[in-house]
Each structure stands twice: as structure tokens, then as C-alpha cells.
Design a protein around this ligand. Structure first.
Ligand code: SF4
Length: 455
């Protein structure tokens, strides 16, 4: 007979097993792909650049354009100055971007390459730009790389002319292109002129036209990034990914910001709509009210199937916080909530949600942990549903748990990046997937004699 006694789950500090994160340059590359006419450049070995591009391509099912300093043994010992100098020259000559966004890697950071001084000595062609960010992969996660690359763009490019540009800056954080399209749609409906930075819509979700464009039409333009300092205000989404860029804009150019959670679910989307309302001073249009009402209606109608269902949620902190809020709105118990990104602010925000919904004594949250730990917890006390990236499929299979894929990366399913999870429309989509996944499991497990009764 199987021994079902709960086993002690030991704390580990020196080892990650089945990480719930990727390395910083992946995030830096994704942030740079959200800039128009930009070539992301990886200052390290070709192998690193290949891995980062491959992970992004597998998730987005699109080409992740990037170049590499192509370190070999010589550069690894003597430094990559000549590699990056030659690379910048070649990239502008051969691929003609408007801007090159360079990020470092484990190797270049470990040998102490001083990219600032290298770039300062490179002759940059007239009208072109080179920006740089430090993204050591052994610190943080891909989320750190994302905001560090944003800081790199902002440090090098932003200005203040003294004449406000009449726009609200919006930092959408690490989300899929479909989410940015949805945020833009809501922003337009609320009549708020805005600059989204970065903006991967129109870059990592391009339609098939039969014509290849090395630099697709989407992305924040260099002129728009320069103009961020003249913004009337900033709405920063996702506390973990957007706080440092928002602080930089405030400190550097005195642009005030409103920090909000990623608008997943009813409450967090309400906060986003109210922030837009504060900017535009207009009433919320009936189109948005209808979508909200439909989401509320769906949650009430399906409540009997989600009530008290235990769910484990894992992935990137801001997305996980939003999904946890939605799960609680669906009367579920977010039994285990984890992120691989080591930011305690995430755990504090999730705990505040637990307190608000009075479930703190039933739920556990942990930042900076891995999927092995989550699996150990689930073995001790199972859950009814798992929500997270494709890396959870082994747990779902081993423990026979229904699984809803969301977050990054989702490499073994399609269309996730062209369908949103943010806003009321995104909430409807996520609620539909959660409820119907639970119902599929119910249909699978129900006894033959009861099967007719459930129709
Ligand atoms: S962790 Fe370091 S060595 Fe590995 S792919 Fe990322 S940058 Fe390269």
C-alpha cells in the first residue's frame, strides 16, 4: 500500500530544481523587441543568444530577431571589446536598424566587460542609437532583465523639452501582445492618448502577409521613448516589473505615476479603468460596462463549479498576482501560489489578497522558489487545478491534475499570445478556460450511471 503520510518539505537555498523562471537576457531581448526598428544584441556567446531567441520563438511562434557578440575562447579571456565594436558596425551596415539594444550575459558580466566604456568609444552613425543594459543572469530572473532593459532605453534616450506632450505613458509590463492590444483598446475607449512602452504588439503577433519585414511596423518608436519625459502622467502596471522604470521616470523627469496591479480579473481591471478615468475625466462608456457585467454574470453562473476548488498558480509575479485575484473572485482557494522571481513584494501582495478574502490560513505563497517545491507541496496535499506555464505539465501528468496554461512560456499550445488575459474580456477568456477545464475533468470522472444526469 502507498504511504500517503505527508513528507517534510525541506528548505533549499543553494539549488534550484525545475526553475520557475528564465535568465535575465531573455527578458532584455523581449523588452527590446517592443521597440520599433530595434535590433536586440546579446553580448556573450552564440549559444546564449540562441537559447534566448529559441525560448521567445517557441512561446510567440514568431521570429525573435537578435544578434550576438559571438564570444569564443579569445573574447572570454581577453574581453569582448573588439567583438562588440565590430558587431555594432556590421549590424548598422548589414541590417540597418534605427537602434541597437545591447544586453550583457553571464559570461560578459563574469569577466567584467565594461560595456559602458566600450560603447562610448564606438563611432555610432548619424541618426542611429545604441543603448545598453546590464543583465547578469545569475541575479533575479527574466523579469529583472525586462525592467533592466527598459531602464537602459530610458537612461539613454528620455528627455524633457518642457512642453507636455498631452500623453499618458503606460508601462504594460511583461505581457503578451494580445494583452497590449486589449489595454490599448480600453485606453482608446476611455479617450486617453497614450504611449505604451515597450509595445510588442505588431512585432511578436504579426499577421501572415506573404512579405517578410525584418522590422515589423509595431513597437514603441525611439521618438516616443524620448518623449516619455514630457508625459502628463504614467500608469505603471505590475508592481514587480514596472516599479523601477516608473521610479526612474519620476526621479529623472518628475513624471508622477500610478502603480497598479496587472489588470487581470474584475477588481484589478476596475482599478485600471478608474486610473484611465482620472486621466480623461470622462464617464466609463457602456461598452466597457457591458463587458464587466458579462464577466460578473459568468462568474455567478459558473460559481457552483469553482466554489472552494483548490488551485495552484505559478509563474511570473505580476501575472500570478492577477490570476490569484481572479481565482479568488471565482470563489476558488489559491492553495499554493509561487513565483521563481525572488521579489518578496510579490509574496506580500499575494498575502494581502489572502487576508482580504479570508483564506490566509488555507493558502501558501512563496517568491523565488521552484516547481520541485510546488510538486512536493502538491504531493502532500493535492489541488483540483493547476494554472501556469508549460513547465507545469510534468506535475499535471504525474499527479493527474487538470491544467490551464497561462503566463510565460507556453510552448506546447497555440494562440495564447494572440488572445488576452487582461481586462474584462481577458477575464471572460480565463474564466471560460478554468470552468470548462474543471467540467471536462468532471465529465471524465463521473460514473457511467450518472453521466446522463449531468446533461
Ligand atoms: S543563464 Fe547565462 S549562460 Fe545560460 S543562457 Fe542565460 S546568459 Fe547564457
Amino acid at each position: 500500500m502507498l504511504d500517503m503520510t505527508p513528507k517534510e518539505v525541506k528548505e533549499r537555498t543553494a539549488l534550484n530544481i525545475n526553475p520557475c523562471k528564465a535568465c535575465q537576457p531573455v527578458g532584455a531581448m523581449y523588452a527590446a523587441l517592443g521597440v520599433n526598428n530595434c535590433m536586440p544584441h546579446s553580448h556573450g556567446s552564440q549559444g546564449c543568444a540562441s537559447y534566448h531567441r529559441m525560448l521567445l520563438s517557441r512561446h510567440f511562434k514568431e521570429i525573435a530577431l537578435a544578434s550576438s557578440s559571438s564570444f569564443t575562447e579569445g573574447a572570454s579571456v581577453f574581453g569582448g571589446r573588439s567583438n562588440v565594436t565590430t558587431a555594432v558596425k556590421n549590424i548598422f551596415e548589414m541590417y540597418n536598424p534605427e537602434i541597437i539594444a545591447i544586453h550583457s550575459t553571464c559570461l560578459s558580466e563574469t569577466i567584467g566587460d565594461d560595456l559602458y566604456s566600450y560603447i562610448a568609444e564606438i563611432a555610432i552613425p548619424e541618426g542611429k542609437q545604441v543603448v545598453y543594459s546590464s543583465t547578469p543572469s545569475y541575479v533575479g530572473s527574466h523579469i529583472y532583465g525586462f525592467f533592466n532593459m527598459m531602464l537602459g532605453f530610458m537612461n539613454c534616450l528620455t528627455q524633457k523639452t518642457g512642453t507636455p506632450n498631452g500623453k499618458t505613458a503606460i508601462f504594460p509590463g511583461w505581457v503578451n501582445p494580445a494583452d497590449i492590444r486589449e489595454l490599448k483598446r480600453l485606453t482608446k475607449l476611455m479617450n486617453v492618448p497614450a504611449t505604451f512602452f515597450p509595445d510588442q504588439s505588431g512585432v511578436m503577433d504579426t499577421p501572415m502577409t506573404g512579405h517578410y519585414k525584418m522590422y515589423p511596423d509595431g513597437g514603441t518608436t525611439v521618438a516616443e521613448i524620448k518623449g516619455l519625459g514630457d508625459s502628463e502622467g504614467l500608469i505603471a502596471l505590475g508592481e514587480i516589473v514596472s516599479t523601477e522604470p516608473a521610479e526612474l521616470l519620476r526621479k529623472k523627469w518628475k513624471v508622477p505615476f500610478t502603480m497598479l496591479p496587472l489588470p487581470v480579473g474584475i477588481d484589478f481591471t476596475d482599478q485600471f479603468i478608474m486610473a484611465l478615468r482620472n486621466q480623461s475625466k470622462m464617464e466609463v462608456p457602456s461598452e466597457i460596462e457591458t463587458e464587466r457585467g458579462q464577466l460578473v454574470d459568468l462568474l455567478i453562473d459558473s460559481h457552483q463549479y469553482t466554489y472552494k476548488k483548490k488551485v495552484a498558480i505559478f509563474g511570473d509575479p505580476d501575472v500570478v498576482l492577477g490570476l490569484t485575484s481572479l481565482a479568488l473572485e471565482m470563489s476558488m482557494i489559491p492553495k499554493y501560489v509561487i513565483s521563481g522571481t525572488p521579489k518578496e513584494a510579490f509574496a506580500d501582495s499575494v498575502r494581502a489578497l489572502f487576508e482580504k478574502y479570508n483564506v490566509a490560513d488555507q493558502c501558501t505563497v512563496k517568491a523565488g522558489t521552484d516547481l520541485f517545491k510546488l510538486h512536493q507541496w502538491i504531493k502532500n496535499e493535492p489541488v483540483d487545478l493547476l494554472i501556469g506555464s508549460s513547465y507545469g505539465k510534468q506535475i499535471a501528468r504525474a499527479e493527474d491534475i487538470p491544467f490551464v496554461r497561462a503566463g510565460f512560456p507556453v510552448i506546447d499550445r497555440y494562440a495564447g499570445t494572440i488572445l488576452p488575459i487582461v481586462g474584462y474580456a481577458g477575464g471572460i477568456r480565463m474564466a471560460e478556460r478554468i470552468v470548462n477545464t474543471l467540467l471536462d475533468r468532471f465529465d471524465r470522472d463521473v460514473k457511467d450511471e450518472d453521466f446522463e444526469l449531468v446533461l
